[in-house]
Design a protein around this ligand. Structure first.
Ligand SMILES: NC(=O)C1=CN([C@@H]2O[C@H](COP(=O)(O)OP(=O)(O)OC[C@H]3O[C@@H](n4cnc5c(N)ncnc54)[C@H](O)[C@@H]3O)[C@@H](O)[C@H]2O)C=CC1
Length: 369
């Protein structure tokens, strides 16, 4: 009778499944049948399993009790009948979820290799948690695709928490160290919006009326606004939103101000970047789905609207834009760079008041139109 080491056993010893289950899956290239059945062995709840392939039959027990043997380490519940040491080691590997280490001492489960069978998943998840705990791992990231949503309640029952969800998946997390508070970062806390201030050479501003809006702003002519998409730049998002809502082509000039507000949608905070854009065309073609009307409106008329005149934010935004047109204010321009900290190309927004090497390079003196 073979015996197995404690480290080999610990990954499977905490398997408590109160059900009987059988499934087939490839095993080292050989199709096998793996059967689980729950039973009481020497007072401890245990799962016995038999593996058969064309040539061999192997039996062993997943159980709570592990006893030492005098000559070579440990055996399980004293009822182990293992014909191949290699076999149990391979089984152990099959019983753990595929995962890679992250740089913070945690693990990321490979969602492309999740078992399709919920019972197998339950067993492998529990065994993996035991293994990760033994190895001192900290955070566990478990992404469950929508096609395998039946696995979600199993993970939750095991102690996983929701982290965030997208259309195609839900991300769950588990913090292993009981003595340390969780260091896992929270879900994204903000949405990012953009507004376009587009003025033509006749001092007319591009404005829209929204199709769906709060009754209090019905009939208001407002700046085109919207949200930027995932992986979209603020500067290109603003140009896209203006084009989508009004059909007008523009070129990004500057971020002239941004607003930070809280509890805006789904309890998330909101960053709203107000951008000055130069018009490249003037023909208006509205987006029928979102917009009721759009037009070029004299700036003075726009400002005279009671809702704008009385609104502290938009009143100030217009004052800033006017100051910018008089070269009395500098907005922020994007500058592409790569930081060695994360190696990512990114946009740093800043203004250049005085460039000694290139006097023509300044946000403040550049003409808007
Ligand atoms: N609309 C405005 O006058 C103002 C907008 N902002 C900022 O502009 C940015 C974008 O905001 P808005 O343009 O107001 O976005 P929004 O709330 O109008 O949403 C944009 C579009 O998404 C769709 N949408 C949003 N929620 C929906 C729902 N529950 N059901 C169906 N469709 C839905 C609608 O098509 C809508 O036109 C934000 O950062 C916001 O803070 C700031 C001040 C005023």
């Amino acid at each position: 009778m073979d015996s197995v080491s404690l480290s080999e056993v610990t990954v499977i010893r905490r398997t408590h499944l109160g059900f009987m289950h059988s499934f087939r899956q490839p095993f080292s290239g050989v199709p096998i049948s793996l059967k689980f059945s729950s039973s009481k062995v020497e007072g401890a709840r245990a799962i016995s399993s038999s593996i058969t392939n064309n040539t061999k039959s192997h039996q062993f027990v997943y159980g709570e009790r592990i006893s030492a043997t005098s000559d070579s380490g440990y055996k399980i519940n004293g009822v182990v009948n293992i014909k191949s040491r290699t076999m149990i080691s391979s089984v152990k590997e099959r019983l753990l979820l595929d995962a890679t280490d992250d740089q913070y001492g945690g693990v990321i489960v490979d969602h492309r290799k999740l078992p399709s069978n919920p019972y197998a998943f339950a067993s492998m998840l529990r065994a993996s948690l035991t293994d990760w705990r033994r190895k001192g791992k900290k955070g566990v990231w478990l992404k469950l695709p929508v096609e395998q949503s039946e696995l979600v309640p199993i993970a939750v029952k095991e102690g996983f928490e929701y982290h965030h969800a997208e259309k195609g998946y839900v991300m769950l997390t588990y913090w292993i160290p009981e003595e340390e508070p969780s260091m896992l970062p929270a879900n994204a806390s903000h949405q990012v919006g953009v507004g376009g201030f587009v003025l033509n050479q006749h001092k007319e501003v591009l404005v829209v009326q929204e199709k769906y809006c709060a009754p209090s702003i019905t009939g208001l002519w407002k700046l085109p606004t919207g949200f930027i998409n995932e992986s979209e730049e603020i500067f290109s998002g603003a140009v896209r939103e203006v084009k989508e809502e009004t059909g007008v082509d523009t070129e990004f000039s500057e971020v002239i101000a941004f607003r930070h507000a809280h509890n805006v949608a789904f309890e998330k905070s909101d960053l709203f970047f107000i951008c000055m854009l130069r018009p490249l065309s003037d023909k208006i073609i509205i987006d029928d789905l979102e917009i009721k009307a759009a037009k070029w409106m004299p700036l003075v008329e726009f400002v005279e609207q009671p809702m704008i005149r009385e609104d502290k934010m938009f009143k100030r935004v217009i004052e800033i834009c006017e100051a910018r047109l008089r070269h009395c204010y500098c907005g922020l321009s994007p500058h592409r760079l790569v930081s060695t900290f994360d190696g990512r190309p990114s946009s740093l927004y800043y203004n250049v008041v005085n460039d000694e090497n290139d006097p023509s390079h300044s946000n403040c003196i550049a003409d808007y139109l």
